[in-house]
Design a protein around this ligand. Structure first.
Ligand code: SME
Length: 160
């Protein structure tokens, strides 16, 4: 059965986050399978915001390994401390990159990517994964994305 998620693309970005976050919470609340939950979250974010790439990198050993995502095939393994994801991981902080060409060490999984936001998922004080969104437009992410994606990160952390 398809999950019945209400997404209204006519709303502002902030309104859309407010519309989808409670639905994501309900979607993952009673499901313990991490891959299933992250896959559904990537699908909802993709449908809501139409970004070319949304997904997760998960800490496995000493690398960040590609998790559930929506978009083109991407780099499989990232190194903590390197690139946008690795920087967010190592600093345990959200990183907003208005222009990826200006970010030293940005790892280009797609040449069309122009801006990016990465939000850490923190469990018991340790970063266990990151949420990564890529846009084909410059300066496409703001503190609105940061605020709501950090709320999403807390929801995910609660089910980790
Ligand atoms: N640009 C990221 C790599 C992951 S892809 O964008 C999906 C980075 O610099 O870490």
């Amino acid at each position: 059965m398809a999950e019945n998620i209400l997404i209204d693309n006519r709303l502002t970005k902030e309104e859309q986050y407010k519309q989808i976050l409670p639905q994501i919470k309900a979607l993952i609340e009673f499901e313990s399978d991490r891959v299933a939950n992250l896959a559904n979250i990537a699908a909802v974010l993709k449908e809501a915001f139409k970004y070319p790439w949304v997904g997760f990198y998960i800490l496995k050993g000493d690398e960040l390994v590609l998790g559930p995502f929506q978009g083109q095939a991407a780099c499989t393994r990232l190194t903590p401390g390197k690139g946008v994801c690795g920087t967010s991981f190592s600093t345990a902080a959200t990183v907003i990159v208005p222009d990826v060409d200006q970010f030293p060490g940005h790892i280009a999984c797609s040449s069309a990517s122009r801006s990016e936001i990465v939000v850490p998922i923190i469990k018991e004080g340790k970063v266990v994964a990151v949420i990564d969104l890529d846009s084909n437009h410059l300066n496409d992410f703001s503190t609105v994305d940061q605020e709501f994606l950090e709320q999403l990160s807390i929801l995910i952390s609660a089910r980790w």
